[in-house]
Design a protein around this ligand. Structure first.
Ligand SMILES: NC(=O)c1ccc[n+]([C@@H]2O[C@H](COP(=O)([O-])OP(=O)(O)OC[C@H]3O[C@@H](n4cnc5c(N)ncnc54)[C@H](O)[C@@H]3O)[C@@H](O)[C@H]2O)c1
Length: 357
């Protein structure tokens, strides 16, 4: 069987995607689009990609492309993914699928009506410790879930990531950008979320950043940040148990993230990729060895890139055979996460519990 040809739109995070796709046996990246032609050209040369475009519709018009990866800023996902579906391409869209659940739902409907393969890049599901937790939770390791705590603390204030990432209206902010990945993991492990309580904050409403090279001035400029750079939320799961999710940026020393899940017969804690656990009959919390089959490549050592390759492998399998049993996050998951994110935003604005639509 010939290789499936991929066109990537957006050459920021898209670079890591290219590295991932090039490690999947059944895929080849044949086209790259970015409004920054120089950047696209540079990457095309580095990764030996045949064609570059500055206008994504020109990439979509290339009949040879089977799969389009949308890795542009979030406010462009909806229009680009919709155009790709209309062009009959399979679509792998970066998270967030769209700016809100209504728009995400529209994309799911459209993809289903057209019968294309659709995926959302929630690649963290393939990080070995998290993938193994999913198996253990499905095997009732925890028993009845009581509580899961997710904490993430990053040193850089989120606003320094730049214009769209700092802009609430463009899908920026730490909730949409990083929180969404963890919300996907929680939902994948524990099922639907029925209601949320939350508070979003912007601790650093103005950020002083270096001007782009060649720009006039003293080398720095102040930028306004409208996106959240911290939030906490309580998520109630429909089948019982709750999550406390707490994200803060601008914290000293980059402490990283931890997920601790507690049930009435076991506990699981993931910290920096290491999994420890204890269940009835164990003497103490101990490192749980992760099965070899879930391990990722380590040359180069880039777990997210390898996770994305795992996800893309499954998308390719589905494109080659629609009966493939391999599961990957799709637009349905993108919609479900968007519904939770919308509810968190509303709960924070209204300072009240909000049911998830
Ligand atoms: N899954 C993950 O773990 C993960 C990690 C990082 C980023 N992302 C997602 O990837 C997406 C891109 O993020 P990023 O960090 O690369 O942003 P970025 O701003 O660094 O890069 C976006 C790229 O898109 C290009 N672009 C903008 N408008 C375009 C257009 N109309 N046509 C073609 N190209 C255009 C920009 O020139 C830029 O090169 C976001 O949705 C983000 O949430 C996902």
């Amino acid at each position: 069987m010939g290789k499936l040809r991929v066109g990537v739109v957006g050459a920021g995070w898209g670079q890591l995607q290219i590295e991932a796709f090039q490690r999947v046996r059944g895929l080849e990246v044949t086209a790259l689009c970015d409004v920054d032609a120089a950047r696209a050209g540079e990457l095309a040369k580095q990764y030996q990609i045949d064609r570059t475009f500055v206008e994504y519709r020109d990439l979509l018009a290339d009949a040879a492309i089977d799969l389009v990866s949308v890795a542009s800023p979030p406010d462009l996902h909806e229009s680009m993914a919709r155009a790709a579906i209309d062009a009959g391409k399979a679509v792998l869209c970066e998270k967030p699928l769209a700016l809100d659940a209504r728009a995400a739902r529209g994309l799911l409907d459209c993809a289903q009506a057209r019968g294309i393969v659709h995926a959302v890049d929630f690649e963290m599901r393939f990080l070995p410790a998290l993938a193994y937790c999913k198996e253990l939770i499905d095997e009732e390791y925890l028993g009845r879930l009581l509580r899961v705590d997710v904490t993430m603390a990053m040193e850089r204030p989120w606003g320094v990531h730049g214009h769209w990432a700092a802009d609430d209206a463009r899908g920026g902010g730490v909730l949409m950008e990083v929180g969404a990945n963890f919300i996907d993991i929680l939902r994948w492990w524990f099922g639907d979320v029925s209601a949320v309580l939350a508070n979003r904050r912007t601790h650093f409403p103005t950020i002083r950043v270096a001007r782009p090279k060649g720009a006039p001035g003293d080398g720095f400029e102040n930028r306004r940040v409208t996106g959240d750079d911290a939030f906490w939320s309580v998520l109630q799961f429909a089948r019982g148990g709750e999550a406390l999710v707490s994200f803060v940026t601008g914290a000293r020393h980059d402490p990283g993230w931890t997920i601790s899940a507690y049930g009435d017969s076991g506990s699981l804690v993931v910290n920096s990729g290491q999994l420890i656990g204890r269940r009835d009959g164990d003497r103490e919390m101990a490192i749980l060895p992760i099965p070899k089959r879930l391990e990722l490549g380590d040359n180069p050592r880039d777990p997210l890139m390898w996770s994305m390759a795992r996800l893309a492998e499954r998308v390719a399998a589905k494109m080659n055979d629609t009966r493939s049993p391999l599961v990957f996050p799709d637009f349905g998951d993108g919609v479900a996460v968007a519904q939770i994110v919308d509810a968190i935003r509303r709960a924070s604005d209204e300072r009240a519990w909000v049911n998830v639509a």
